[in-house]
Ligand binder design. Structure first.
Ligand code: ZN
Length: 308
């Protein structure tokens, strides 16, 4: 089906398709935030730019959605050796395979939540000046952590000059109307040869369309987007390439994830008793059970590094 009223905000093409639909987010049901953003919103696809977006929700409503969602967030227990958390640790390994981490590196992270990338980066480079935006306040006991604000409004809030911007599962949350401003602001605030690390879930391959994701990229679309804003692609990888074409495959992969249930139970017990155990035991146990050189999911994701 074609829709006339909308324009692709990257190429201005008006021939947009409606081929994807939001699924009901069971986890978010009965939450007040769903008044602002829910599965009734539409997803539009630009076949030229190879990406899909939802801009039916206003920027204000999207902000309200996150405000309410963050009020429900509770404090999480922090693990000893949290820096080896599979998602963050494998992202840093990926990064240092392609780029170096020089001393006094200035890093900006968008949405680190309770942990973020800093503890894992610190394994390889201790001298880091770290800036972030999030509603959550980080509790790491490191020097040079600077919270810039709860929300970041591109073009309105000035960014410090940095060498590296980290976006782990945050690009897909940007409001489409702000995407161009975000990429222009990133380009401006990066020092020469500055890098951006991006990881997003491959929702299109995963057949997973859930609010509050507002942007859905194909690999090609992601490359085109950053090239359009004058970035050079350093590397791009698809992880877990298998496309989820039907419910049967999805179920199989979900069951694969479920087989890790026993690990989840062990993990809960471990979190309770870890502080009473000697480091040597905790280290061995944590490494054997929780540290993987890969993200803790079997679902498709995309990783990318770009350079100014
Ligand atoms: Zn387009």
């Amino acid at each position: 089906m074609s829709t006339n009223s909308k324009k692709c905000f990257l190429c201005k093409n008006t021939d947009l398709q409606k081929k994807y639909y939001y699924q009901d987010n069971i986890k978010n049901k009965n939450i007040e935030s769903n008044n602002y953003f829910n599965s009734n919103n539409k997803i539009y696809t630009c076949e030229i730019c190879k990406f899909s977006f939802c801009d039916d929700v206003s920027i204000d409503d999207l902000d309200k959605f996150y405000q309410i969602a963050s009020e429900k967030k509770e404090d999480t227990v922090t693990n000893k050796f949290k820096e080896f958390n599979s998602r963050f640790f494998s992202q840093v390994l990926y990064f240092i395979n392609h780029c170096s981490l020089k001393p006094n590196l200035k890093v900006l992270e968008i949405g680190p939540n309770h942990q973020g990338i800093l503890p894992s980066l610190k394994i390889f480079q201790n001298k880091i000046i770290y800036y972030y935006f999030d509603q959550v306040k980080l509790k790491h006991k490191f020097d040079d952590i600077i919270k810039l604000g709860n929300f970041w409004t591109p073009k309105k809030d000035r960014l410090p000059k940095v060498d590296l911007i980290w976006m782990s599962h945050s690009l897909e949350h940007i409001h489409p109307k702000q995407l161009c401003d975000v990429l222009e602001s990133f380009y401006d605030c990066l020092n020469t040869k500055g890098k951006i690390f991006v990881e997003i879930p491959y929702d299109i391959k995963n057949n997973d369309f859930i609010a509050p994701h507002t942007l859905f990229f194909e690999t090609e679309g992601l490359i085109n987007l950053f090239k359009k804003f004058n970035f050079k692609i350093v590397s791009i990888s698809e992880i877990n390439k298998e496309q989820i074409i039907d419910d049967e495959i999805k179920l199989r992969i979900q069951n694969k994830n479920k087989s890790k249930l026993s690990v989840n139970i062990i993990s809960k017990v471990y979190q309770k008793i870890q502080k009473f155990l000697p480091e040597k035991i905790v280290k061995k146990f944590a490494f054997r059970n929780f540290v993987l050189n890969g993200p803790y999911t079997n679902l498709p994701i995309i990783r990318m590094i770009v350079e100014k």
